[in-house]
Design a protein around this ligand. Structure first.
Ligand code: BG6
Length: 518
């Protein structure tokens, strides 16, 4: 190993494994604030257990859970065991492995708003460091109510926990602010105690295999990139449809709404991944610079244009998959007069040379007919419709080429084109060329949280958002948030189990487009 490689690897293990094959965590403690919450049970603990299963965790690994509920270490271990058994998707639960993993789990009850909690946490970290040899490396994971993020950063900073003889990092769950101004405020608070390289703002969509694969697809193949621009692409449709409602999160969701919950973060990041320029290298800053640059090119709509480019919806009662569903206003914790959007469809414009004139349509909603997230790239039609009006009744020859990147479920990619139907005449029909992850690789894809937790622990921020990206995407949606907050909508305007309000179809129709039915 050259001295240069040795120096780089000592400083940051992520840098000498650029394709990220053989990554293992260094020794460390992960402190989870909000350890008794849903995210810890459903996502974080199953992901950490799975990393243990894969042999990715160092022997000196520990988790310290903190929340207000009083619990002993053993009670915490029992609860986490139940959660992992219940929420571990598509992998086996191994009792022996659990026993050794659980020895590294600890719990401290504490109110994060009380400065004393951090003194207690500091003592606990010292004990755990001695017992488990965690090398004083600590990842703090903020999985609490967003209003507690700033106080926790301050508590950690004032207790001297933001620095130490090992590394210190802080992972902040979404939402990062509830508008542009609050996102800036939150960042200013965090930066008082942690510097940018220590702050990991998580957006779990970036950890999804299929979202990462967009980069592989675009930049690992030579044939698509030349077509990836305004000359060949007519419009792009990004859909994240959910067939569930707010599932007990009515109180949170009523304050958030679909635009804040999905569009500003997850779908803006997906759009950036689809539309960004290739980065010169796969290093965290190179990739994030390109994503940020793209998000900064998203046109910020003028207030008077908002009604033309944004559609807000809210579901009323209906049926999804044959099941009776109540309306949003009847959900627990929701105001019966609520003006919150459970559906949002936006036309974004990207003002750069590659994309000028190409609309990016983004839609998301709750209680839609099925769960499906996909990106549909619609190519321009052939310049001369030689097969049009060929005398047949089903004249399908004018169907434009479509490339579908399926994020979930049935992860994969399809290319749709027209083909001659067998027979003596010249009849054309759209056909599809399909790649399916499951059948092509026959391997399990890691869950987004597995990838992202491992990334944060090894110090690889490639798939984490940076403050400039967060601000750019708030900037792009802020006029829409302002407009919607000032209007009174005639809600509900779509029934559960339908594809959203009519106005969303009309928005595309004005450009001569229609939504693809996934
Ligand atoms: C979360 C939102 O960030 O993402 C939820 O708060 C949403 O409302 C979820 O259901 C969707 O994530 P996924 O991975 O199921 O598509």
């Amino acid at each position: 190993m050259s001295s240069e490689t040795a120096r780089v690897s000592a400083a940051s293990p992520a840098l000498y494994d650029p394709l990220r094959f053989n990554r293992k965590t260094p020794p460390c403690a992960v402190v989870i604030f909000g350890a008794n919450g849903d995210l810890t049970k459903r996502k974080l603990m199953p992901a950490l257990y799975r990393l243990a299963f894969e042999g990715r965790l160092a022997p000196g690994f520990a988790v310290i859970g903190m929340s207000r509920t009083a619990m002993t270490d053993d009670e915490f271990r029992d609860r986490m065991k139940e959660a992992v058994k219940k929420f571990l998707e598509d992998s086996p639960f191994d009792e022996d492995l659990w026993r050794s993993f659980a020895q590294g789990l600890f719990y401290r009850a504490g109110d994060v708003m009380n400065p004393d909690a951090y003194g207690e946490l500091k003592r606990c970290l010292e004990e755990v460091d001695t017992a488990r040899r965690t090398a004083s490396n600590v990842l703090f994971y903020l999985s609490t109510q967003p209003s507690q993020y700033a106080p926790i950063a301050e508590g950690l900073g004032k207790a001297g926990l933001a620095t130490g003889s090992g590394w210190r990092r802080i992972v902040v769950e979404k939402p990062f602010g509830h508008d542009l101004e609050s996102a800036r405020d939150l960042d200013a608070h965090l930066q008082q105690f942690f510097n940018e390289s220590q702050i990991y703002r998580i957006d779990h969509y970036l950890g999804k295999e299929t979202v990462q694969n967009i980069l592989a697809f675009r930049f690992g193949n030579g044939i698509f990139e030349p077509l990836w621009n305004r000359r060949y692409i007519d419009n792009v449709q990004i859909t994240a449809a959910e067939s569930i409602g707010v599932e007990g999160r009515g109180a949170y969701y009523q304050e958030a709404g679909a635009l804040r919950d999905m569009v500003q973060n997850h779908l803006a990041q997906v759009m950036a991944t689809v539309a960004m320029e290739p980065s010169a290298t796969f290093s965290a800053d190179a990739v994030r610079d390109e994503r940020a640059k793209l998000l900064r090119s998203v046109r910020v709509p003028k207030p008077e244009d908002v009604p033309l480019i944004a559609v807000s919806g809210q579901y009323g009662p209906g049926r999804v998959g044959g099941e009776e569903r109540i309306g949003f206003r009847q959900e627990k914790g929701v105001d019966p007069e609520s003006q919150t959007d459970t559906y949002a469809a936006i036309t974004f414009r990207i003002d750069n040379w590659r994309w000028a004139g190409v609309p990016f349509y983004i839609r998301t909603g709750k209680e839609l007919p099925k769960r499906v997230s996909e990106i549909a790239i619609q190519f321009r039609s052939a310049p001369l419709a030689v097969f049009r009006n060929n005398g047949t009744a089903d004249d399908d020859a004018s169907v434009p080429n479509l490339l579908i990147l399926r994020i979930q479920p049935e992860e994969g990619i399809s290319l749709k084109f027209v083909s001659k139907r067998p027979g003596l005449g010249m009849t054309l029909r759209p056909v599809s060329m399909d790649f399916n992850y499951g059948s092509s690789f026959g391997e399990r894809s890691p869950a987004a949280y597995e990838t992202l937790l491992l990334d944060a622990i090894v110090g690889d921020a490639t798939l984490y958002t940076r403050q400039d990206m967060v601000e750019a995407s708030w900037q792009a949606v802020q006029p829409i948030l302002d407009d919607w907050a000032s209007r009174k909508f005639d809600f509900p305007n779509y029934a559960a189990g339908t594809w959203g309000p009519k106005a969303a179809d009309e928005m595309l129709a004005r450009n001569g487009h229609t939504w693809r039915r996934p």
